[in-house]
Design a protein around this ligand. Structure first.
Ligand code: HDE
Length: 722
C-alpha cells in the first residue's frame, strides 16, 4: 500500500496470534511489542497489610491477560472506526465507535461545589476500649475492635485541578464503615467555621470563590468579595485567623489535626446522652509551610499533598490519628462563657480535656481515583446508633445539603449503591428503582406495614435488630428568624487564638493578612477589615494598617483579654515522627559516592527519612538532577563534601538553570529548613550568604539532621515587627 512506503504504517508493532476465548486460534491480535521484563502496571501489585478490609475487591476489573471487549462483552478485534473504504465517511452503524465516544463524552461528573480538590485513602479504626459508659455505638464497644475507614482530605475553594498548597481550610472527612452502618464525620482541619447559620453558606462560598465576572483568582481569598464578606460577617474572623496561620498551608495532610467542629451528642444504650466535640490528633505532629514556600510549591508541584500521602502509604509509613472527644454535660451549653451550639467556638482544652477513644491508621491507597475518591459521597446525616446531632444551626443545614448535593453529582438517588459508598452490611428497606439501580429486590411487598411479605423488613428496636434511637430531646417554642444573643461575641476567641501563638507564628499570621489585604482594591473593604481586626486586637490592626497605607481605628477594647490556650498552634515543638520527610544532598556526580553520604543515608533511613542525592546529571547514586529540583522538594538540604565548587559565583553549567544549586540551598534556608554541609563544603553556605545560626550545621552529622528535622521549621530565623 502506498502509505506504508512513506513510513506511515500503523504505529502498532507486529501482530500476534494467540488463543482468544471468542475466536479460538484464528484471531490476528493487533498488539504492541512488550519487551521481556516490562512491568505490568496494574495497581493490584500493591499489598496492604494483612487483615485490611477488602470489600471493594469484588468490584475490581483487571485487564491483564484479557481480550478487548465492548461494554457488553463482545470482542473488539479492530480499533479503527468503520468507514466506507479507507478514505470514506464513518458509518453510523459503528456501535463500537459510538459506545466508545459516547462513554468518553460523559466521563465527567460535576465536581463538588466546595471541596472539589481532594485525595482519599483507606484505613482502619481501632477502639481503645469498650466505651459503653459514653455511647451505644458498636464500633466503640470493644477494646481492639477494628472498623474499616475511608478518609478524603480536601481544600475548599479551589476547583478540582487547583494546587494542593493554596491557602485554605482543609476538609478532613472520615467515613467509618461500622457494622451498624456508615458513620461519617465530615470535618475540617480547623476546629471552627466561618458562619453560624447554614443559610449563609451560599453567600460565604460565592464571596470566596473566584469573582464571577472574570473567574479570578483561583483557589485564593485574596480578593475584594472574600474580605468584604469576612468584614461584614465577623463570625468568620476566628476561622480566618486559623487559615491565615499555618493551618491553612500545612506541610502535609499527615501533619494536621481534624475536627468535627459542631457539638454532637454521644448517646448511651439507656438513652442518656452527653455533648461532645470530635478531635483527630495527628500522631505525626503538626507542621506548616511558609507562605513563600507554599506559593512556590503550587507552581512546582500542584500535587504536593496528595503525592506525599500516596507515597507514605505506598512505603508502608502509615499515618495515624488519635480519635478523641471533649465531653460536656447536657444542660451545660452555656457554662463555658459561650454557646456550645455556636460553631465559631472551640472549647479550650484547659476547660475540657480530650479523652482518647481510639486510633485511625491509613494503610491503603485507592486503586482508582474516580471510582473511589471522586465518587465518595460523605454526609453528616450518615449517623449511627450511639451518636446524635445537636441544634447547632450550621449542622442542621448541613444534614440537608450533603444529601441534596449528591443528587446533582450522581444524577439519581442510588449513589449509596456505588461501591465506595456501600455500607459493609446489607441494607433492607422499601426504597426502590431510580436511575442506576444496582440491586434486584426480590420481595413483592415493597411497603410497610405489610402482611404479604410476612411483615418484613420489620422495624428494629433496642433489643431486636439493634434499633436506632435518639436522646430524649424535647422542643417547644415560637418560630423565629433570629440569631441567639449567645452567639454574639465573635471577637474573644480569635483573640484567644492570637494570644496563644508564639511571636513568629503571630508574624506569619500578620504577613498573611497583609498579603491578602494588599490585594484588595476597595478602600471601603480595607477599612471595614481594619475595624473588625481592631475589635480582636489593636496591635493586629495597626500592623496590617501600616502595610496597606491606612490608619488603624482607635483601640476598641470591649473584647480584649490576655487568655491563652493550648493545642491551637500550627507547629509542634518537636515532630514525634519523621516518616517520609525528605533530605536533599546537593552533590556533583563526582562527589556522590562519598562515604559521608552513605552513612547519613543509612542513619536517616532508620528514621524512615528519604534521602535524595542531587547532581548535574543522572548517574549511579544520583536520584535527581538540579534542573528538576527545587528547595520545596526537601525538608532539609545538605551540601556534599566535594560539591562546593557548584556554589561559587563563577560556576556555570548548561545542564541546569544558572545558579540553581545555590538557589536551592538559599531558599531552603529562607523557608526555615535545616541546612548544612559535609566536610569541606561549608564554603558553599558562605558563598550563598547563609550565616551561622539555628538549624545551620557546618560539618553536619546524622544526629544534627535528625534533630533539625524534629524542629522542622527554624522559626527564630524569621524577623518579626517587634
Ligand atoms: Fe461542607 N459541603 N458545608 N462543611 N464539607 C460539602 O458536600 C455545606 C461545612 C465539608 O471530601 C458539599 O459532598 C453547607 C462545615 C467537607 O467529599 C456540600 C455548610 C464543615 C466536605 C457542603 C457546610 C464542612 C464538604 C459539597 C454550611 C466542617 C468534603 C460536596 C452549613 C465541619 C467532603 C459534598 C468530601 C462538602 C455543604 C459547612 C466540611 C455542598 C451547606 C462546617 C470536609 O454539600
Amino acid at each position: 500500500m502506498l502509505l506504508t512506503t512513506f513510513g506511515l504504517a500503523a504505529a502498532f508493532v507486529g501482530s500476534a496470534s494467540a488463543a482468544c476465548p471468542f475466536m479460538g486460534e484464528e484471531l490476528e491480535a493487533r498488539d504492541v511489542n512488550v519487551p521481556e521484563g516490562h512491568p505490568d502496571l496494574a495497581r493490584r501489585d500493591y499489598d496492604p497489610p494483612a487483615g485490611t478490609d477488602d470489600f471493594l475487591a469484588q468490584y475490581e476489573v483487571n485487564n491483564t491477560g484479557e481480550w478487548l471487549t465492548t461494554d457488553v462483552g463482545g470482542p473488539i478485534s479492530d480499533q479503527n472506526s468503520l468507514s466506507v473504504g479507507d478514505r470514506g465517511p464513518t458509518l453510523l452503524e459503528d456501535f463500537i465507535f459510538r459506545q466508545k465516544i459516547q462513554h468518553f463524552d460523559h466521563e465527567r461528573v460535576p465536581e463538588r461545589a466546595v471541596h472539589a480538590r481532594g485525595f482519599g485513602a483507606h484505613g482502619v479504626f481501632k477502639s481503645y476500649g469498650n466505651w459503653n459508659n459514653l455511647t451505644g455505638a458498636s464500633f466503640l464497644a470493644e477494646e481492639g475492635k477494628e472498623t474499616p475507614v475511608f478518609v478524603r482530605f480536601s481544600t475548599v475553594a479551589g476547583s478540582r485541578g487547583s494546587a494542593d498548597t493554596a491557602r485554605d481550610v482543609h476538609g478532613f472527612a472520615v467515613r467509618l464503615y461500622t457494622d451498624e452502618g456508615n458513620f461519617d464525620i465530615v470535618g475540617n482541619n480547623i476546629p471552627v467555621f466561618f458562619i453560624q447559620d447554614a443559610i449563609l453558606f451560599p453567600d460565604l462560598i460565592h464571596a470566596v470563590k473566584p469573582q464571577p465576572h472574570n473567574e479570578i483568582p483561583q483557589a485564593a481569598t485574596a480578593h475584594d468579595t472574600a474580605w468584604d464578606f469576612f468584614s461584614q460577617q465577623p463570625s468568620s474572623l476566628h476561622t480566618l485567623f486559623w487559615a491565615m496561620a499555618q493551618h491553612g498551608i500545612v506541610r502535609s495532610l499527615r501533619h494536621t489535626d481534624g475536627f468535627g467542629i459542631h457539638t454532637f451528642r454521644m448517646v448511651k444504650d439507656d438513652g442518656s446522652s452527653k455533648l461532645v466535640k470530635f478531635h483527630w490528633k495527628s500522631l505525626q505532629g503538626k507542621a506548616g509551610l511558609t507562605w513563600e514556600e507554599a506559593q512556590a510549591v503550587a507552581g512546582k508541584n500542584a500535587d504536593y499533598h496528595r503525592q506525599d500521602l500516596y507515597e507514605a502509604i505506598e512505603a508502608g509509613r502509615y499515618p495515624e490519628w488519635e480519635f478523641g472527644v471533649q465531653i460536656m454535660e447536657e444542660g451545660d451549653e452555656l457554662k463555658y462563657g459561650f454557646d456550645l451550639l455556636d460553631p465559631t467556638k472551640i472549647v479550650p482544652e484547659e476547660y475540657v480535656p480530650v479523652t482518647p477513644l481510639g486510633k485511625m491508621t491509613l494503610n491503603k491507597n485507592p486503586l482508582n481515583y474516580f471510582a473511589e475518591t471522586e465518587q465518595s459521597m460523605f454526609q453528616p446525616g450518615h449517623m449511627v446508633r450511639g451518636f446524635d446531632f445537636t441544634d447547632d444551626p450550621l449542622l442542621q443545614g448541613r444534614i440537608y445539603s450533603y444529601l441534596d448535593t449528591q443528587l446533582n453529582r450522581h444524577g439519581g438517588p442510588n449513589f449509596e449503591q456505588l461501591p465506595i459508598n456501600q455500607a459493609r452490611r446489607k441494607f433492607h428497606n422499601n426504597n426502590r428503582d431510580g436511575a442506576a439501580q444496582m440491586f434486584i429486590p426480590v420481595n413483592t411487598a415493597a411497603y410497610s406495614p405489610n402482611t404479604v411479605g410476612g411483615g418484613w423488613p420489620k422495624q428494629a428496636n433496642k433489643t431486636q435488630g439493634r434499633g436506632f434511637f435518639t436522646s430524649n430531646r424535647r422542643y417547644s417554642g415560637t418560630l423565629t428568624r433570629s440569631v441567639s444573643d449567645t452567639f454574639a461575641d465573635v471577637w474573644s476567641q480569635p483573640r484567644l487564638f492570637w494570644n496563644s501563638l508564639n511571636k513568629v507564628e503571630k508574624q506569619f499570621l500578620i504577613n498573611a493578612i497583609r498579603f491578602e489585604t494588599s490585594k484588595l482594591t476597595s478602600d471601603v473593604v480595607k477599612s471595614n477589615v481594619l475595624i473588625q481586626l481592631n475589635r480582636v486586637s489593636h496591635d493586629i490592626a495597626q500592623r496590617v494598617a501600616k502595610a496597606i497605607g491606612m490608619t488603624a481605628p482607635d483601640p476598641d477594647p470591649t473584647y480584649y483579654h490576655d487568655n491563652t490556650t493550648q493545642s491551637v498552634r500550627p507547629f509542634s515543638d518537636k515532630l514525634p515522627k519523621l516518616d517520609g520527610l525528605k533530605v536533599g544532598i546537593l552533590s556533583s556526580v563526582s562527589a556522590a559516592n562519598a562515604s559521608s553520604i552513605s552513612s547519613v543515608k543509612s542513619a536517616l533511613s532508620a528514621k524512615e527519612v528519604d534521602v535524595k542525592v542531587v547532581a548535574e546529571s543522572l548517574a549511579d547514586g544520583i536520584d535527581q538532577t538540579y534542573a528538576a529540583s527545587d528547595a520545596t522538594d526537601f525538608d532539609a538540604v545538605i551540601v556534599a563534601s566535594g560539591a562546593q565548587d557548584l556554589f561559587s559565583s563563577n560556576s556555570s553549567s548548561t545542564l541546569y538553570p544558572a545558579g540553581r544549586p545555590g538557589q536551592i540551598l538559599l531558599e531552603a534556608y529562607r523557608y526555615g529548613k535545616t541546612v548544612g554541609s559535609f566536610g569541606a563544603a561549608g564554603s558553599a553556605l558562605s558563598a550563598v550568604g547563609i550565616p551561622s545560626g539555628d538549624g545551620v550545621y557546618r560539618d553536619a552529622t546524622a544526629d544534627n539532621i535528625i534533630s533539625g528535622l524534629e524542629t522542622f521549621k527554624w522559626l527564630s530565623r524569621f524577623p518579626t515587627d517587634d
